[in-house]
Design a protein around this ligand. Structure first.
Ligand code: ATP
Ligand code: FE
Length: 351
């Protein structure tokens, strides 16, 4: 079937067309410029931009895929979690198209979109282990089906991407912080500054990243007080130290998550990473070796499918559609929507 996917939960307005596993078109209209002067995503501005641009994103996707609206078999849309104004724009658009075209509507959890992407780009079988590391999330999930996820642990405060972005801001590097911190860290000495390895002494797979930011701020201010400014080398060394701390913590917690996952004797054991931070080479390299140590497969979708996009929403929608799961006009936009139904009670209606 031909599935139209829509994504508008954060600061990317995206539309994609998917047939089977073929991504016919994947349009992502970013809003970085719109929010640049505010130092973060402004929900009100994001919501307005989504409402204004969804039309255009869909038209562009149809053009690129050389199909027309009536060719579409189903419409998959991010129904949460995310900034409610943006999610609402997408859900309203999808409902309108569904009604107008008389085609099924499928509400997709944004995190499920990220978590299922490795199946779009690689031949992973259920259950596989997923490390989702992005600007807003950090969690270990056992993915059992398009609707069945078990959360093994996750961050108790900041997400790693957020920590990278804050680090860049504190050191005067450009946003998004991940790529700029990684870039200068290559010329840095990771051992010069001391960064904590939070929660390693605590059992389980939970993580914490807010302490890293505090450590960075303290050491930066101490240096500035001592020498009235930071040299390029100081900055490189701080970035290297910070990145090494994130890498070490994620590596150790991944070892623990793998142990829990392997206890279930999965048929074809694999770890997949997704989310923007999965672009980080230091992290990828260490995860590869952690997987090699436990003889499990490691896979990461190409970067443009790791960060927010609508192809992942169309793909998750296609799996739900194949399982006979669709929604009706009662589908609601949800600011919060945990993937693991056993972890936190669901708010509102849903699958
Ligand atoms: P979410 O998808 O959880 O709602 P998001 O949309 O902000 O959050 P993504 O688009 O998946 O997240 O990823 C963006 C984040 O990834 C940013 O915080 C960015 O700094 C980080 N990032 C991108 N490239 C790298 C890199 N090479 N190293 C570390 N972090 C990176
Ligand atoms: Fe995302």
């Amino acid at each position: 079937p031909l599935i139209l996917g829509l994504e508008s939960s954060c600061d990317d307005t995206a539309a994609a067309l998917l047939r089977g596993r073929d991504v016919l078109a994947s349009v992502v209209l970013g809003q970085t410029q719109l929010h640049a002067e505010f130092g973060g995503v402004v929900p009100e501005i994001a919501a307005r931009a989504h409402a204004e641009r969804l039309d255009g994103a869909i038209e562009q996707a149809l053009d690129e895929a050389k199909v027309t609206l009536p060719d579409i078999d189903a419409i998959a849309v991010t129904a949460g979690p995310g900034l409610i104004g943006g999610v609402l724009s997408g859900v309203m658009m999808a409902k309108g198209l569904s009604t107008g075209l008389g085609k099924p509507l499928i509400g997709v959890n944004h995190l499920a979109g990220h978590a299922l992407t490795p199946r779009l780009t690689d031949s992973l079988t259920y259950p596989y282990l997923m490390l989702l590391v992005s600007g807003g999330h950090c969690q270990f999930l056992v993915v059992r089906s398009a609707q069945d996820f078990t959360r093994l642990g996750g961050t108790i405060d900041d997400a790693p991407g957020e920590a990278f972005d804050k680090t860049a801001r504190l050191l005067g590097l450009p946003q998004p912080g991940g790529p700029s911190v990684e870039h200068v860290a290559r010329n840095g000495d990771e051992k010069r500054f001391r960064f904590p390895r939070p929660l390693l002494d605590r059992a389980g797979c939970d993580l914490s990243f807010s302490g890293l930011k505090t450590a960075l701020l303290r050491q930066r201010d101490q240096l500035i007080a001592e020498k009235s400014g930071l040299t390029e080398q100081d900055r490189n060394d701080m970035c290297a130290g910070f990145q090494a701390a994130v890498r070490d913590v994620l590596a150790e917690k991944t070892r623990r998550a793998i142990a829990l996952y392997l206890a279930e004797s999965p048929a074809e054991p694999a770890l997949a990473v997704a989310g923007g931070v999965a672009a980080n080479m230091a992290l990828r390299t260490v995860l590869e070796s952690v997987c090699a140590d436990s003889s499990i497969r490691f896979t990461a979708p190409p970067l443009k499918l790791c960060t927010d996009n609508a192809a992942m929403i169309a793909y998750a929608g296609s799996e739900l559609f194949a399982a006979g799961i669709t929604d009706d006009m009662t589908l609601s936009a949800r600011p919060r929507w945990p993937l693991d139904k056993t972890a936190v009670p669901l708010i509102g209606s849903g699958k």
